[in-house]
Ligand binder design. Structure first.
Ligand SMILES: [Zn+2]
Length: 344
């Protein structure tokens, strides 16, 4: 098959060439999280011509995202468009040859194997270790390479994981840092430029992996601090542990975790609680809006219903029964609000 001329700068780049570009076109990638890293990753993958890209995110666009999350604009923020939907429409405008499969979903142990199946590579655009360990479990179990990335403040980190060949994320970090002990973008801020350094590194490793150029994989634990002018790359090749729960013992603690009836998370630093029914339901947002209109302000788009029962509380309700409650980090209060207005 002839390579489309839009990829001429790739095909002239000798390490990729026509054969490499054809492999990119034949490749399938999943991107978890469409915040800062995820939007830059998706942008690179789509412009590179990766043939199929599944994008997964649970959140909707807010104004404070626009400083660094490159696929969104003010209209997306005004309309509270789910990030997966806003990103998909922008990505399709960038390259109509790529198949984009958006999922408005929260990656968890109940859906991770399905959402991460049938891809050649998983890219990490998430912001927390619980989800990363879940990705790690799926990747090891199904032998899918994945590329870890993180950024906060002016610091970033990235590392490429190939099951059975490199140490996995749990060889390097046995458990997730306790909540509150690490900086997050919400507490420490982040500059947009570090995002591009980390995501561009991840995307370059992704291209090498997808075209089979494993000799050029960098394979080290990389750390940057752009403000402090610091870069280090650490050789971790000997860090693989025989008793690693994931790649050593194949005990997939995060993937095999049984979710309670409702899966409740406080969203760190955001004064928000998310409640996720384990059994996905199918809500009619229109009917629910009719019911809630008398009880507070409502606005609705195709993908979510926003309901403000009081001046300080906003509930973002998704059709699968998932609700993000903004304005509290109190799980009991959140559960009470959920029961009161969604009646389940
Ligand atoms: Zn391991």
């Amino acid at each position: 098959m002839e390579i489309p001329s839009r990829y001429s700068r790739h095909t002239r780049f000798q390490p990729i060439g026509e054969a490499g570009q054809q492999q990119l076109i034949n490749s399938r990638v999943a991107i978890v999280g469409l915040g800062a890293l995820g939007t830059v990753l998706a942008n690179h993958m789509v412009r590179s011509g990766v043939g199929f890209i599944r994008i997964i995110d649970r959140d909707f666009v807010e104004e404070s995202n626009l400083q660094r999350q490159i696929l969104y604009d003010e209209e997306d923020a005004n309309l509270h468009t789910p990030k997966a939907i806003a990103a998909a429409s922008k990505l399709r405008l960038i390259n109509s040859l790529v198949e984009i499969e958006p999922h408005i979903a929260d990656l968890n142990s109940a859906n991770a194997e399905q959402l991460l199946s049938n891809v050649d590579l998983i890219l990490d655009g998430t912001d927390n270790f619980t989800v990363r360990f879940l990705i790690n479990d799926v990747a090891i179990k199904h032998q899918i390479p994945w590329i870890y990335g993180g950024a906060v403040s002016s610091r970033g980190v990235s590392y490429t994981i190939i099951p059975d060949q490199t140490p996995c994320l749990r060889c390097l970090f046995h458990s997730a840092p306790a909540l509150g002990t690490t900086d997050t973008c919400d507490t420490a801020g982040v500059i947009g430029t570090i995002i591009h350094v980390v995501a561009s590194f991840q995307a370059t490793e992704a291209m090498k992996l997808l075209i089979g150029d494993r000799d050029h994989l960098q394979g080290r634990m990389n750390q940057w601090d752009l403000w402090e002018n610091h870069y280090s790359s650490i050789d971790v090749s000997k860090a693989r542990k025989v008793d690693c729960p994931a790649c050593g013992k194949h005990d997939y603690e995060y993937l095999d975790a049984v979710l309670d009836e409702e899966w409740i998370q406080t969203l760190c630093g955001r004064d928000s609680v998310q409640i996720h029914p384990v059994q996905a339901t199918s809500l009619s947002l229109e009917q629910l809006e009719q019911k809630l209109q008398a009880l507070g302000d409502t606005t609705r788009n195709r993908f979510l219903l926003k309901f403000a029962p009081s001046a300080h509380i906003r509930m973002m309700i998704f059709p699968d029964g998932r609700v993000m409650i903004q304005g509290t980090d109190d799980i009991v209060q959140a559960k009470t609000l959920y029961a009161k207005y969604l009646g389940m």
